[in-house]
Design a protein around this ligand. Structure first.
Ligand code: MEV
Length: 325
């Protein structure tokens, strides 16, 4: 957008939920990891007043004039309030490779990158816990009752065990786990799926509480499998999680189709990831099956297939091709 060097740049990764989505809104644990293959970026330049430019959609917002519930202006205001500073005369160019409404944490990543760019331009660092709390405020604008898992995993940039209201626990895998993340190409705002699950829970709390308990139990077992490196047992748990999510009503024909294709091609387990109804699914694979499952997903209509490895202990953004931490 401009040839001049920026004052500062902030970035943030996407994320995927390994298991536990939706039930995590109701206090059960979930496991998520960053997805460094797709990132959001914010570059800060001097300007006459404080402006945020959403480069991908060619939208320019004056922070002083933006509505109270505008997510980009909100994160700028929150960071400035945190530092006791007025909005500075800077333009923040925000761009993102993360598809929106796809379950990959685009909202949290864009807000985190914007906050990081601003903080770097002010020359200030915030503890992860504080930054995550600010991004959580923006998440509430995207959907009313977020669990906080998206802002947590995006800000911490590590696989996390997450329980709503408790400090996140970063944890390590006992052996590398190989995953494919495939996009149905169907945009599905998280807020709609979360709202429908809430209505289902209100109408039949007993049934939904039992589904959430089932998810909570399998997530606890999944953590033990990840720590011991037992990929086949983890795969079975992901399949079980997919069944429970389908019973909650958040799968879709497109997701079911990709899940079936991955299973038929020999993955260890597959499920939707994130809010569901569309967006992305994940498949756990052995290294020798990566290419055959990738080809099956593409043949079944996946719009994009990314590879992620959990537990290589190389959790740095430079490992963009194949690294979830
Ligand atoms: C969205 O990434 C995950 C959900 O569980 C919603 C949330 O935790 O806020 C569907």
């Amino acid at each position: 957008m401009t040839a001049a060097a920026p004052l500062a740049v902030g970035t943030a990764p996407g994320k995927f939920i390994l298991c536990g989505e939706h039930a995590v809104v109701y206090g059960r644990p979930a496991i998520a990891a960053p997805l460094f293959q797709v990132q959001a970026r914010a570059a800060v330049y001097p300007d006459r007043e404080c402006v945020v430019a959403a480069v991908d959609i060619q939208r320019r917002l004056r922070v002083a004039a933006a509505p109270d519930d505008e997510p980009l202006a909100t994160i700028v205001r929150l960071v400035c309030a945190e530092l006791g500073q007025p909005p500075p005369p800077w333009r923040i160019d925000v761009s993102s490779e993360i598809p929106i409404a796809s379950g990959l944490g685009s909202g949290a990543a864009v807000a985190t990158a914007t906050a990081r760019g601003l903080l770097a331009a002010f020359g200030v660092e915030l503890p992860a816990e504080r930054l995550s709390a600010l991004v959580y405020e923006v998440e509430k604008l995207h959907h009313g009752t977020p669990s906080g898992i998206d802002n947590t995993v995006v800000v911490y940039g590590q696989p996390v065990w997450f329980v709503r209201g408790a400090p996140p626990q970063p944890f390590a895998a006992g052996a590398p786990l190989h995953l494919l993340v495939a996009d149905t190409g169907v945009a599905s705002p998280t807020r709609l799926a979360v709202g429908d699950v809430r209505r289902g829970w209100e109408a039949d709390p007993g049934r939904y509480e039992a589904l959430f308990d089932g998810v909570g139990a399998l997530v606890t077992q999944a953590r033990a499998c990840i720590e011991s490196g037992d990929a086949p047992a983890l795969g079975a748990l992901l399949n079980e999680n997919q069944s429970l999510l389908a019973e909650m009503g958040v799968s879709s024909p497109e997701l079911d189709h990709l899940v079936a294709a991955a299973r038929q091609a020999g993955c260890l387990g597959a499920k939707l990831s994130g809010g569901g109804r569309g967006g992305n699914m994940i498949a756990l694979v052995t290294p020798d099956k990566v290419e055959v499952v990738r080809a099956a997903l593409q043949a079944a209509g996946a719009k994009k297939v990314m590879r992620a490895t959990l537990g290589r202990n190389t959790n740095r953004p430079s490992h963009r091709e194949d690294d979830a931490g």
